[in-house]
Design a protein around this ligand. Sequence first.
Ligand code: BG6
Ligand code: MG
Length: 218
Amino acid sequence: MGKIKACLFDLDGVIVDTAKYHYIAWRELAKELGFDFTEEDNERLKGVSRMTSLDILLEIGGVSHSNEEKLRLAEKKNENYRTFILKMLPDEILPGAKEYLEEMKAKGIKIALGSASKNAMTILDRLELTSLFEAIIDGTKVSEAKPDPEVFLKGAEALNVLAEECVVFEDAEAGVEAALAGNMKCVGIGSPEVLGKAHLVIDGLHQMTYEKLRSLED
Ligand code: BG6
Ligand code: MG
């Protein structure tokens, strides 16, 4: 790989902490279905699509439902989840995230979003970040979930850069795997134990710099 020309950002857990709202909404659904859902269980849902999240939840509760009923349950959870994200404000942007996006843009690095969420547009609008992204690939635009690299490959394509010229920022193991499967560099946001396959692991975008990005170049 040569020069890095683009950064592809996951949304949930990288730019904003939506996991707490997902948790409340899934826990309420679990309660209605008659079982507990812990914060530790919630870790298993990070980066995972809505329907796969539901499958994991139902497996934890030891219950099964028809496909039709599963669609209804997922819709119910999403309606509840949306009551939280519709109230989000720009002060919920994680430390350093907006500053880093702006700095990269100023340096001529292209910026895209690569998220599994079908609510990504709502969240970006609430955080007033939409205009910073040159391309937005979200859960409404992909057919394969992470760890499949589709979301990031589509991001690279939309930015008109090669996969080897991209760095992905991810907080979920499945997202790191997706980046690597797409032949991209990856910065993990979170713990090295979980994200050890990434080329660099940091606590948050407040720790990221242009120099660290350049150090990822071969
Ligand atoms: C990912 C989150 O970004 O989006 C997952 O990490 C979530 O927890 C997934 O399940 C799908 O989100 P949504 O908003 O389409 O239900
Ligand atoms: Mg994430």
